[in-house]
Design a protein around this ligand. Structure first.
Ligand code: HEC
Ligand code: HEC
Length: 479
């Protein structure tokens, strides 16, 4: 049994990254434009920018041992509530205070001398797939549909030591600020982009000091669903995030997770000093191989289809492969436009905050009005598909007519389908039939008509004949 409440709380705490409005960009501050060669093909090509070098092995140790979010639940409380993690949840080889913690939690000691347990990045960026923990794979089964607050309130009653109580109070204040804005409709939808916006709103950009009242207007309504990209793709990309918003120094953007509880610039700078190592670790990851036999002859036929129909946006693969980070306007790719658009919570005030803050010293948030055509390495493992996770299998991705408007999601160990490649789901009749749906937990129903959830668009596979589509699917397994 997964302590879902703990995980949801902890991962909410490490909320990562941030968006800004896809509004008019400051062209003067934009990256140098691509040369003519780089633009041959659709969309805007984003060229690489300088990154700080780092050491991957050191980065891994930092990732699973440091307190980069700045606060957590007192260890005494954590141990009483959860005890040592089951073996399959532990990270092999992790020593010290974190040895008995689950992979998604770190232990560290705060400046006040209290040992706390907190979320690390792996809560969202690692996942079990067919029974094995894959580091870097976005977790498509995280549940942010609940309320994060009550558990912490109960916890406060259990903590006697005043310093530990103070740590818990700090954590509780942050969680209470976030909770009303990040509750999702469906399991698997990740609100990290909203969490970041809320936390920006509560801080002075110049000093990072926390204020209990938000300083920026926060839009109401449910967060737009976002799917967590696999970490192993970043080594191919020049911009972070689906909308290519993450420009400039990537390590600085990643350490924005510290916006939860790091309340001064000096502490943020100390964390930033080791984030180039964390980034180097992320860039050292590769995709897991497809775990079943592949029909090589069929895949070769599929490669020809891919090179004809797909490569102009997604690049080519294999030894001679080449990929460029291309942003395709949302209107052109036709997928849900909300994340790439002017959704209130991704409005200009948040990018403006970022650029005025410590985080904006080296980095920029410049969301485009479109989506990156992502590299497809290990795409077999990264279901659900599209930026909003609205398409459950590659078979559905390659034929938009087969995508159901409403479906019941499945995320169990045996629910990953290696034939259609992705998560199994059970389509529901389009007409809402209360009787038929009685007993189905609504948090597991994916409704493509909900805000930000459309599964339309990306119809590039629709006109393939059945044989070409079968070959293409086989090829995609091999990437
Ligand atoms: C609460 C869940 C959550 C946590 C915790 C989290 N992330 Fe993320 N991360 C996301 C989501 C969601 C996205 C995609 C956002 C988007 O594109 O709009 C993302 C995107 C990224 C990307 C960009 C990947 C790409 O291909 O564009 C990187 C790199 C990244 N996160 C690193 C980190 C690091 C490092 C940490 C810890 C310091 C972290 N994340 C913590 C949810 C999370
Ligand atoms: C005109 C450019 C373009 C063409 C051509 C194109 N794609 Fe895409 N593709 C995109 C964009 C942009 C996205 C991201 C859309 C989004 O997330 O909303 C995407 C997303 C995908 C994804 C989802 C990746 C993920 O992890 O979510 C897959 C798989 C994919 N494309 C495969 C293909 C295949 C196979 C073809 C050829 C039949 C193809 N694409 C043709 C632009 C293109």
């Amino acid at each position: 049994m997964r302590p879902a409440a703990l995980l949801a709380t902890l991962v909410a705490l490490a909320g990562c990254g941030a968006r800004g409005a896809a509004g008019p960009r400051d062209e003067a501050g934009a990256a140098p434009g691509p040369g003519p060669a780089a633009t041959a093909g659709p969309g805007e090509v984003l060229t690489a920018e300088p990154q700080r070098p780092g050491d991957p092995a050191r980065g891994w140790v930092r990732l699973v041992s440091e307190g980069y979010v700045g606060c957590g639940a007192p260890r005494s409380l954590y141990d009483r509530a959860f005890g040592p993690a089951p073996a399959r949840w532990r990270l092999p080889g992790r020593e010290g205070a974190g040895a008995e913690l689950p992979y998604f939690a770190n232990a560290f000691t705060t400046p006040a001398g209290v040992e706390v347990v907190t979320a690390n990045c792996l809560g969202c960026h690692a996942s079990f797939l067919r029974g094995e923990l894959v580091i870097g794979l976005g977790d498509a089964a995280l549940d942010f549909t609940g309320d994060l607050g009550p558990m912490l309130g109960v916890g406060a009653l259990l903590v006697g030591d005043p310093a530990a109580r103070a740590e818990l109070a700090r954590l509780t204040a942050r969680v209470q600020a976030i909770t009303p804005h990040v509750r999702t409709r469906t399991v698997g939808a990740n609100p990290a982009d909203h969490i970041a916006a809320v936390l920006f709103a509560h801080r002075d950009p110049a000093t990072l000091a926390w204020s209990d009242e938000p300083r920026l207007p926060l839009a109401g309504g449910e967060p737009i669903p976002v799917d967590v990209p696999a970490w192993w793709l970043l080594r191919r990309k020049t911009a972070m995030f689906h909308t290519a918003a993450g420009r400039g120094d990537h390590a600085r953007i990643m350490m924005t997770a510290s916006v939860l509880c790091v309340d001064d610039v000096a502490t943020a700078r100390a964390i930033d000093a080791y984030f180039p190592d964390v980034r180097a670790f992320i860039l050292s990851l590769g995709p897991p191989p497809f775990p079943a036999p592949i029909d090589r002859a069929l895949a070769r036929r599929g490669q020809a289809v891919f090179d004809r129909r797909c490569a102009r946006c997604h690049g080519t693969y294999g030894a001679e492969g080449s990929y460029q980070t291309r942003v395709i306007p949302a209107a052109e790719v036709g997928t849900d436009p909300a994340l790439a658009g002017h959704a209130g919570q991704f409005g200009a005030p948040f990018t403006a905050w970022f650029h005025r803050s410590f985080y904006g010293e080296l980095s920029r948030l410049e969301p485009r009005a479109g989506y990156v055509a992502p590299p497809l390495d290990g795409v077999w493992a990264t279901a659900p598909y599209l930026h909003n996770g609205s398409v459950q299998t590659l078979a559905e991705l390659l034929d938009s007519h087969t995508r159901p408007t409403r479906a019941v999601l499945a995320r169990g160990r045996d629910d990953y389908d290696l034939e259609r490649v992705g998560w199994r789901s059970h389509p529901l009749a389009d007409a809402r039939d209360a009787a038929a749906e009685a007993g189905i937990d609504p948090r597991w129903i994916l409704d493509a008509t909900a805000p930000g959830s459309s599964n339309r668009g990306h119809t590039y596979g629709d006109r393939l004949d059945a044989e070409d589509r079968r070959a293409l699917l086989e090829y995609l397994k091999s990437l």
